[in-house]
Design a protein around this ligand. Structure first.
Ligand SMILES: [Zn+2]
Length: 140
């Protein structure tokens, strides 16, 4: 599952919505099945402005069928993030602040690594981040 922040171009409302995959989102958007929850306009798009923190995960064993599906979803998610977000690595907290305090917003969101302390500090400054599970390529 992927959570997107959607932004309505008509009334500027921003709201969260869940999708099975990035492909499902594109499909629904193409068919005009996406609607603003406050004004019902179909002119909504996803907002990529929330910075993402990578969290490495090893909790999914390969044997379990159910976990295989989760791994496949997470891999798809990872692919999506790689093509839509800029990787900033350990500069994450710094870059997230630039994004937050600069009036001119970048076109792409960012993702990178941050410690729990950094995430807490950012939150205190009003910068919300999302923590995403990250599957290691060589765990196949
Ligand atoms: Zn609206």
């Amino acid at each position: 599952m992927i959570k997107y922040k959607l932004v309505c171009k008509k009334c500027k409302n921003i709201f969260d919505s869940w999708f099975a995959s990035s492909k499902e989102f594109e499909k629904l958007k193409k068919k005009n099945f996406l609607g603003c929850i406050s004004c019902n306009s179909n002119d909504v798009d996803k907002s990529l402005m929330s910075p993402l923190v990578i969290k490495n995960t090893k909790q999914f064993s390969k044997k379990d069928e159910k976990n295989k599906n989760i791994r496949a979803k997470l891999k798809e998610y990872k692919k999506f993030i790689k093509s839509n977000f800029n990787y900033v690595g350990k500069n994450f907290a710094y870059e997230a602040r630039i994004m937050h305090y600069n009036k001119k917003k970048p076109l792409k969101g960012i993702y990178g690594n941050a410690s729990l302390d950094q995430i807490k500090e950012l939150k205190e400054e009003g910068i919300e981040t999302e923590i995403i599970p990250w599957i290691n390529e060589n765990e196949n």
